[in-house]
Design a protein around this ligand. Structure first.
Ligand code: NDP
Ligand code: OXD
Length: 307
């Protein structure tokens, strides 16, 4: 029994240790140090080279190390028919909601402006503005939790998903037909969609123009959701008042990228929520066991839908 771990964002040593705590005898190869391609039955991956997985003829499951699976669908030379699973984890959900609450409060309480005042020893109290309407694109594992927590903090929250939802306290919109109605009432737009052919570049000029004037954008999903030049234009013409971005088209964000120096853009390096091996390892190990036993997998991705 061998597992293949392809490193990228995540440190493979943490994962190997966590897996060995569950089964000290488990054979794990850390790519690119793979001893026998035929022995690989389970691959747990993050941003690996396209076509790599075709080299393992006995692969039974491709397991994302994160919630997102766009990095797997981006691989056009993927072994056909091999099921894909992803991480659904309480710590991942908790950490994302904490980041979003920070980003929303940082914006609504003008905390950056107080930092700037402090740097100049200025005592500049500001009147609180009325609470904004928060709109969350994506009401899945992460979006629904953030929506409920923001609602519990007293915000008025709405959400938009593919299929209709009923979440107490949250105004729910669904599908293309209700997209405009959702956007039209939104002051703070949070993107928590998966990156698919339907959602690529959804954060564009047209979308921004449908939001309330001077809306704020928080993108914690994928850089591919955002048309970067449209964000810069929307900030310049005050359609948007600012943005907090955790994800980018090119990561790491190149040092010459205009986002770095933009006064209205706040940047974090794809850390809003990072899979915690100590809690997520159980589902990876369980899926490994199930894949080898031919049993139904946990958190299986719908290949047709792309998420
Ligand atoms: P889920 O699959 O649980 O939820 C996705 C949500 O998006 C669902 O509500 C789904 O609708 C909705 N959706 C999908 N396509 C559309 C569409 N075309 N129109 C409207 N709604 C749509 O995903 P998670 O919540 O677990 O994760 C979301 C994303 O967050 C991940 O794919 C990943 O890219 C990103 N992420 C980023 C992290 C970071 O550190 N920055 C960390 C973890 C995740 P429905 O419910 O009807 O199917
Ligand atoms: C994820 C991520 O998808 O960390 O889990 O981006």
């Amino acid at each position: 029994m061998t597992m293949l771990r392809i490193p990228g964002k995540f440190d493979p040593n943490y994962w190997v240790s966590a897996l060995h705590r569950l089964d000290p005898g488990l054979k794990i190869d850390v790519w690119p140090d793979v001893k026998d391609n035929h022995a690989i039955q389970f691959a747990t991956v993050w941003s690996y080279p396209s076509g790599e997985l075709l080299k393992y003829p006995n692969l039974k499951c491709i397991s994302s190390l994160g919630a997102g699976v766009d990095h797997i669908f981006n691989d056009s030379a993927r072994p056909p028919g091999v099921p894909i699973v992803r991480i659904v984890d309480k710590n991942l959900v908790r950490d994302m909601s904490q980041y979003i609450i920070w980003a929303v409060l940082n914006h609504t309480r003008a905390l950056d402006e107080y930092r700037r005042s402090q740097a100049r020893s200025l005592w500049t109290p500001r009147a609180l503005k009325s609470l904004p309407q928060i709109g969350i694109m994506g009401l899945g594992q992460l979006g629904a939790d953030a929506a409920i927590k923001l609602h519990n903090l007293g915000f008025s929250v709405s959400g938009w998903s593919n299929t209709p939802k009923n979440i107490p306290g949250i105004t729910c919109f669904a599908g293309d037909k209700q997209q405009n109605a959702f956007l039209n009432q939104t002051d703070v737009l949070i993107c928590l969609l998966p990156l698919t052919s339907q959602t690529r570049h959804i954060l564009n000029r047209k979308t921004f123009s449908q939001l309330k004037k001077g809306a704020y954008l928080i993108n914690v999903a994928r850089g591919g959701h955002l048309l970067e030049e449209d964000l810069l234009a929307a900030l310049d013409n005050h359609t948007l008042s600012g943005a907090c971005l955790d994800v980018f088209n090119t990561e790491p964000l190149p040092s010459t990228h205009p986002f770095w120096q933009h006064p209205a853009i706040k940047i974090t390096p794809h850390i809003s929520s990072v899979t915690d091996p100590t809690s997520a390892v159980n589902q990876i190990f369980e899926n490994y066991r199930r894949a080898l036993a031919g049993e139904p997998l946990l958190n299986r991705v719908d290949v047709e839908r792309g998420y």
